[in-house]
Design a protein around this ligand. Structure first.
Ligand code: SAM
Length: 305
């Protein structure tokens, strides 16, 4: 079965009485060349354990499993899960299909179950990768939740909306630079691998896409005393991105008023007249450390708003 053929995809959906659901971002990849790019970016090895979000009809799942990876495929749509059980039946020793909302899943528990001893002859522990043609409405919450949870992983190779890809790799001072950019930069080295036209999908979505690769850093891009505070500050700064920092940050940490933020910023060597969108990760790191050094940090992350 050639799942990169629009005719085949249509026939398969019709055979199961299904139609693509816009609400679940069901745009099926029908471009073999793009699949090749995703596979090359993922650099799949037999020792890999791949989490795939939204396997759909299994076009990518099959490639991943045939390349030797074990795949944890997380699909929300019950109708598609029925299709997947049939079309991936011959790969059941490699593919674990879970019907769940990818935003609600306990990855730690599943990974602990699956990160057992590596298959004979592959040597070492499996390498965890996330490879997915994501439903676009969950991109930001999924990436944020996955990175913040601290799961072990080596890379994420994701098909995302082109504008979101631009946000992921944005530079300070640009319109699309924001909290997502900084979270990704903190944990990973991000790059846009390949632009993808909307016409590579059936049905075509309203926007173009891009494949991004986020490779986990050996250590975070900045060393800060309290990473939790760093991102409380980053989110507050971009939550009111047009405001100067003391105004934007007011209320971000209980008991730290505008005037105190002015002192903290000066302590960190940052102009209190600046806006968050002009600052790099290293400067945000200095602010977070100044909060701690000047005695303004709450005792634990639970006390941070
Ligand atoms: N991987 C397939 C492909 O490349 O053709 C399908 C990709 S399609 C863009 C997104 C897939 O994610 C759909 O199969 C959709 O049902 C599934 N999906 C949507 N929301 C989801 C969620 N919250 N959790 C898991 N899967 C979801």
């Amino acid at each position: 079965m050639n799942l990169t053929s629009i005719g085949e995809v249509r026939r398969l959906l019709a055979a199961y009485g299904l139609k693509p659901k816009k609400s679940l971002g069901q745009n099926f990849l029908v471009a073999a060349g793009v699949l090749d790019k995703i596979m090359a970016a993922a650099d799949i090895r037999a020792s890999d354990l791949v989490i795939e979000i939204g396997p759909g009809l299994g076009v990518l799942t099959r490639r991943l499993a045939e390349a030797g990876a074990r795949v944890l495929a997380v699909e929300l749509d019950a109708g598609l899960v029925t299709v997947l059980r049939d079309v991936l039946g011959d790969l059941e020793d490699r593919v674990r299909l879970v019907r769940a909302d990818a935003l609600q899943l306990d990855y730690s528990a599943l990974l602990a179950e699956m990160v057992g001893p590596a298959p004979a002859g592959t040597g070492g522990e499996p390498t965890v990768k996330v490879v997915a043609n994501l439903p676009y409405y969950i991109t930001s919450p999924f990436v944020t939740g996955f990175l913040e949870a601290g799961h072990p992983f080596e890379r994420l190779v994701l098909m995302v909306q082109r504008e979101v890809a631009a946000r992921m790799v944005a530079r300070p001072g640009t319109k699309v630079y924001g909290a997502l950019t900084l979270l990704i930069k903190y944990h990973t080295e991000a790059e846009i691998v390949w632009p993808v036209s909307r016409h590579c999908f059936y049905p075509p979505p309203a926007v173009d896409s891009a494949v991004v690769r986020l490779r986990k850093r050996v250590r975070p891009a900045v060393a800060v005393k309290r990473p939790d505070l760093l991102f409380v500050i980053v989110r507050a700064a971009f939550g009111r991105r047009r405001k100067m920092l003391p105004n934007a940050l007011e209320g971000a940490i209980p008991g730290v008023d505008r005037e105190a933020w002015g002192r903290i910023l000066r302590g960190a060597g940052i102009d209190p007249g600046a806006r968050g969108e002009a600052l790099g990760l290293e400067q945000f790191g200095r602010i977070a450390d100044a909060v701690v050094q000047m005695g303004f940090a709450p005792a634990s992350r639970d006390t941070v708003l």
